[in-house]
Design a protein around this ligand. Structure first.
Ligand code: C2E
Ligand code: MG
Ligand code: MG
Ligand code: MG
Length: 281
C-alpha cells in the first residue's frame, strides 16, 4: 500500500541520513590526525597562456589519502571549515606549496607561479597575513611567484576583507578571485578590491559553444577583467572547441583539456625532457 511504501521511504531516508552523519563523523575524526599521519598531498594543475601555449602557473589542489581511501576536497574541505581544522590544514598547504616551489627552483626548473586556495575561515583569522608572511620568509620564497585564491564568500565584511587583501598584496603576494561568476556578489568583490587574477568559474565555460547568451555573458566578464588589468583565467576547459573560442579572447586556460591535477613528478619529468607546452594538445 501507499502507506507502507511511505514508511519504507522514510526508513530509507533515515538510513541515508544516519550513513551521512556517520561518514561525516569518521571524516572529522580522521581529519584531526591527517596532518600528523602525513596523509595530505598537493597535486598541481597547469595554467596555460592560450596564445603562446606556455605554462604560466600551477594551481595547488589538496588531496587526502585517508585511512578509508581518497577523499575529495569537496567532501572534506567543508568539514574542515566547520570544525576549524582548515586553519592547521591551510597552513600545511601553504608550507608544502612553498617547499615545492623552492624545490623546483633548486632543481633548476623554470620559475612558475604557484596558486594556493584559501578558505574564508582562514581569511577571517586576524593572524592570516602574518602567518603567510612567516611561511614565505621561512622558505625564502619570491612572493611574485606566489598567489592566493579566494572566493567571493570572503566578502563577509568588505572593509575587513579589503584590508586583509591589501596586507597580502603589500607582501608582494598575488590575489586571485576564484569561481568568479558562480555566486551572486562577484561584482561587489572586484568593485571594492584590487586583485591580480580573475578566475572565471567552470559553469560559465561549460555551455559557451553555440549558446549566444552564455557567450555574451562570458565575453562581458572577460572584458571587465581586462579593463581592470587583471589576468583572466578560464577554469574547467574540457574541449578543443572551448579552447579555440577562449584563445580568441586572449586569456589563460586551465582544465582537463590540458591536464588533470597531477603530482609534481609529472611536471618534473616533462621539464626534464624539455617537453615544452608550446605544442598543440
Ligand atoms: P577550485 O579551487 O575552483 O579548483 C578547481 C577544481 O576544478 C579542482 O577540483 C579541479 O580538479 C577541478 N577541475 C579543473 N579542471 C577541470 C575540468 O576541466 N573539468 C572538471 N570537471 N573539473 C576540473 P578539486 O581538486 O576536486 O578541488 C575542489 C575545490 O576544493 C577547489 O575548487 C577548492 O575550492 C577546494 N580546494 C582544493 N584544495 C584546497 C586547499 O588546499 N585549500 C582550500 N581551502 N580549498 C581547497
Ligand atoms: Mg582554486
Ligand atoms: Mg574555481
Ligand atoms: Mg571551487
Amino acid at each position: 500500500s501507499a502507506k507502507e511504501k511511505g514508511k519504507n521511504n522514510y526508513q530509507f531516508y533515515t538510513d541515508d541520513l544516519n550513513e551521512k552523519a556517520t561518514r561525516k563523523f569518521q571524516i572529522e575524526n580522521a581529519l584531526r590526525k591527517a596532518i600528523d599521519n602525513g596523509e595530505f598531498l598537493l597535486y598541481y594543475q597547469p595554467q596555460i597562456d592560450l596564445q603562446s601555449n606556455r605554462l604560466v602557473g600551477l594551481e595547488a589542489l589538496l588531496r587526502w589519502q585517508s585511512p578509508f581511501g581518497m577523499v575529495q576536497p569537496n567532501e572534506f574541505i567543508p568539514i574542515a571549515e566547520e570544525t576549524g581544522l582548515i586553519l592547521p590544514i591551510g597552513e600545511w598547504v601553504l608550507d608544502e606549496a612553498c617547499r615545492q616551489l623552492k624545490e623546483w627552483e633548486r632543481l633548476g626548473f623554470p620559475l612558475i607561479k604557484v596558486s594556493v586556495n584559501a578558505s574564508a575561515r582562514q581569511f577571517r583569522d586576524p593572524n592570516f597575513s602574518r602567518k603567510v608572511d612567516g611561511i614565505l620568509k621561512k622558505h625564502q620564497v619570491d612572493t611574485r611567484f606566489f598567489e592566493i585564491e579566494i572566493t567571493e564568500s570572503v566578502m563577509f565584511d568588505v572593509e575587513e576583507a579589503s584590508q586583509l587583501m591589501e596586507e597580502l598584496r603589500k607582501l608582494g603576494i598575488k590575489i586571485a578571485i576564484d569561481d568568479f561568476g558562480a555566486g551572486f556578489s562577484s561584482l561587489t568583490v572586484i568593485k571594492n578590491i584590487s586583485i591580480d587574477t580573475l578566475k572565471i568559474d567552470k559553469s560559465l565555460i561549460d555551455d559557451i559553444i553555440g549558446n549566444h547568451r552564455n557567450l555574451a555573458i562570458l565575453s562581458a566578464i572577460i572584458q571587465v577583467g581586462k579593463n581592470l588589468q587583471t589576468e583572466v583565467v578560464a577554469e574547467g576547459i574540457e574541449t578543443k572547441e572551448q579552447m579555440e573560442l577562449l584563445k580568441s579572447f586572449n586569456v589563460t586556460g586551465q582544465g582537463y583539456y590540458f591536464s588533470k591535477p597531477a603530482l609534481p613528478e609529472q611536471f618534473e619529468k616533462e621539464w626534464q625532457q624539455e617537453k615544452v607546452w608550446s605544442q598543440q594538445r
